[in-house]
Design a protein around this ligand. Structure first.
Ligand SMILES: Cc1ncc(COP(=O)(O)O)c(C=O)c1O
Length: 403
């Protein structure tokens, strides 16, 4: 039922209960467990912080706000490090297994013994930034070749941040869709493997690995909250929906009927999940530009949609301004966890929460009240944008005048 044009309660959401086993083919605990075992073994692995935004909770008159801060993930700046790199590992491991008939543990794959196979394996991906960086990093770690396709809108700084992991950058005229097409055509012609974070009929295995990688951050949340009150709600930003679906499925599987109520938040001009929920089936929109560049997607991922259609109770969209305001407020420390550096795509969930908590009708519909505890995923840190340079300069000035 629509309360306002940018908020929708999903009539297809199932009532609280155990994880639906018919979704096991999309997401299951064994796949997640394997990803967690492998990624936990990577050099530099450590859980990211789960910050408490107490001042924001007080402002919104709710019991708590938790912010999983992915800015420091493996030094790559976003949660995406977990997905793309894990997919490269799984593909290489499968290839080695096909050729040698044996399953090789992750650490062994890094040794010279398997380099002859790794060096002949090329992965390709089109990206707006974070996913390509993760794929390039994974390929470098494992000694594979990597081709990354970026469209005209991807800044030179973002392309350089990917190239530093040894990937060959291919600039493509046009938009993101043009870069996807070109990557696919080149991969077909050269026998490379496309590693995408979105899925569609006939292409689901690789994005499934990507989503399994994301569950590492969700398991960290489950562990951190082992003896603490669980969140009652979660506001999750959506691009193609892979991140939100991984969080939703994992917490549903882990906590059953205590899964937090799930609210999907998208940019108003790229709200393909909200549009799909309204129509009751996977549907595309023409995604327009947004400062939330990681969320500028026009077509939901098939796997994500299969989880979110029954698993997400609410969908909403927000304009750019509140997401930018939240970036600035986090950087100033206004929400009570000190200075938190977040990118524009990281704060959509937070901005969605603030908007929802401030509107009495939506607040009631969500059941947000003084007992509510909300989980947010701060999916990225500094994006190297001019805005972040300005925020850092303002922060320095404020510290200078305070001393
Ligand atoms: C920082 C950030 N947050 C959120 C997302 C959304 O993830 P998904 O496309 O899996 O919904 C992305 C996607 O690239 C991202 O880069």
């Amino acid at each position: 039922m629509a309360v306002s044009s940018n908020f929708f309660q999903n009539p297809g959401a199932v009532p609280p209960g155990p994880y639906d086993v018919s979704l096991d083919t999309v997401f299951n605990r064994e796949g997640a467990r394997q990803a967690q075992a492998v990624i936990g073994d990577w050099q530099g692995y450590q859980p990211t912080p789960l910050r408490s935004l107490d001042r924001l909770a007080a402002q919104l008159q709710i019991a708590g706000v938790l912010y999983k801060d992915e800015a420091g993930r493996f030094g790559l700046g976003s949660f995406k490090a977990l997905g793309g790199a894990y997919a490269v590992y799984r593909l290489l491991a499968d290839r080695v297994c096909d050729q040698l008939g044996q399953v090789v543990p992750f650490q062994d794959l890094l040794t010279d013994q398997y380099q002859a196979i790794s060096r002949r394996f090329t992965v390709a991906s089109a990206t707006a930034g974070n996913h390509g960086r993760a794929v390039a990093w994974g390929a470098q770690m494992l000694g594979c070749r990597c081709m990354i396709y970026v469209h005209a809108g991807v800044s030179a700084a973002r392309a350089a941040a990917i190239a530093q992991y040894g990937a060959t950058i291919v600039r493509v005229k046009g938009n993101y869709d043009d870069s996807v097409e070109r990557a696919a055509a080149d991969a077909r012609a050269n026998g490379w493997t496309v590693v995408s974070d979105t899925s569609y009929p006939g292409y689901t295995d690789i994005p499934k690995y990507v989503m399994q990688g994301y569950t590492v951050m969700v398991e960290e949340i489950v562990s951190a909250l082992a003896n603490k009150p669980r969140p009652t709600h979660m506001f999750l930003q959506g691009g193609v929906g892979g991140m939100a679906a991984a969080v939703c499925a994992y917490l549903w599987d882990s906590w059953g009927r205590h899964k937090p109520r799930c609210v999907i938040v998208e940019p108003e001009h790229a709200a393909c999940l909200l549009h799909s929920a309204r129509r009751g089936r996977l549907s595309a929109v023409r995604a327009l530009d947004t400062v939330m560049s990681g969320l500028a997607c026009g077509v939901p991922s098939l796997l994500a949609w299969q989880i979110l259609a029954p698993g997400a109770e609410f969908y909403m969209s927000i304009p750019d301004r509140p997401a930018l305001d939240a970036v600035a407020a986090l950087a100033r420390g206004d929400y009570g966890a000190g200075c938190v550096v977040a990118g524009e795509s990281a704060t959509a969930g937070l901005a969605g929460l603030i908007a929802a908590a401030g509107g009495s009708e939506i607040r009631n519909q969500l059941g947000l009240n003084a007992d509510s505890r909300v989980l947010l995923i701060g999916t990225e840190g500094d994006t190297g944008s001019e805005r972040h340079r300005q925020l850092a300069a303002d922060e320095k000035k404020a510290l200078g005048s305070a001393s």
